[in-house]
Design a binder for this molecule. Structure first.
Ligand code: BG6
Length: 304
């Protein structure tokens, strides 16, 4: 995007003193949102919420200091949009993990200030020649987010084709925590899960989730709200959801973190992913013209 296009984008969708589009790295445009409730940044690259910080809170989302911010690479942290499949492609390992929209450039379709001074921003992406090579369906995917003292994210999938398709995906939120040893994740007690670090064995969650080593779990058949209780930060983060029956909990721990170029060696201590997901048998059949909304509502609450 050249400077004239950036000026036009701000003229059309910028909001005085509340939302400004900026180029923070070459070709990498973000919406910088500030309102009386919170600050947030949203990248056109990936339709990706990179940060969210309500007033009087530490950042709620974690972003790696080693993240890439360039074409073709996913941002490490924030809320990547995984779509139209979650994790590896079900039949073709050569296709990108977590689908293709997290590395594509999205467009802006709406911005507004709501009555309570929250800021709403809507981005979208549609099928193109490139996407057709990876996934032969016509679609429109929208990321509709509202920034206030809570963060509300809707991912709206629409089948624009003449034939049905199924889609999976996730709002793959990375949370900023005081230390992995200080947190408990509540809400998944008694829930069956696929343990990806134990060759995909099926297990049942015994009590709250505490992370004590590499953790990669797909919790099945759950619509429950989760709470990350962080005793070190004296904070609780509520994650509620709609349109999802799967929740994924991920922390790469030491060895896997070391192998990832976009992840600092010690950063696994300060993050945990609790992802609002459609995966495994929870994939969404969409008839021509129909729509599915996956929603995640992130609600930090100070315990002081
Ligand atoms: C999680 C998956 O959702 O994302 C993990 O369950 C995966 O298996 C992780 O390692 C990160 O994926 P990526 O492609 O961003 O490195």
């Amino acid at each position: 995007m050249n400077n004239t296009e950036l000026v036009k984008l701000n003229q059309k969708y910028g909001i005085r003193d509340q939302l400004e589009f900026k180029e923070i790295f070459e070709g990498f445009i973000i919406a910088d949102i500030r309102n009386p409730h919170a600050e947030a940044t949203v990248a056109l690259h990936g339709g990706h919420i990179m940060s969210f910080k309500p007033r009087d809170h530490e950042p709620v989302l974690w972003l790696s200091r080693n993240s890439h911010f360039k074409a073709g690479k996913a941002v490490r942290g924030g809320v990547p949009v995984c779509w139209p499949w979650f994790a590896d492609h079900p039949t073709d390992p050569d296709k990108p993990a977590h689908g293709f929209v997290r590395t594509a450039i999205w467009s802006v379709s709406e911005s507004e200030t709501l009555k309570d001074e929250s800021t709403r921003l809507k981005l979208f992406i549609s099928d193109s020649e490139e996407t057709m090579k990876l996934w032969p369906h016509r679609f429109r995917l929208e990321m509709d987010c509202t920034v206030s003292d809570i963060l509300r994210i809707k991912l709206i999938s629409t089948n624009m084709d003449n034939t049905p398709f199924t889609c999976g995906g996730a709002l793959h939120s990375y949370f900023n925590i005081s230390s992995i040893s200080n947190i408990l994740i509540k809400g998944l007690e008694g829930c069956p899960y696929i343990d990806k670090v134990a060759q995909g064995r099926r297990k049942v969650q015994d009590g709250c989730v505490s992370v004590k080593g590499e953790t990669d779990r797909i919790y099945l058949d759950t619509t429950a709200d989760c709470i990350i209780e962080d005793s070190g930060m004296h904070r609780r983060i509520g994650i509620s959801k709609n349109g999802s029956r799967t929740t994924v909990v991920w922390n790469p721990w030491i060895d896997k973190a070391r192998k990832m170029k976009d992840f600092g060696n010690d950063e696994y201590k300060r993050m945990v992913c609790v992802e609002t997901t459609n995966a495994d048998t929870d994939v969404i059949p969409l008839a021509p013209g129909s729509t599915h909304t996956l929603e995640s509502i992130i609600r930090p609450e100070s315990l002081n």
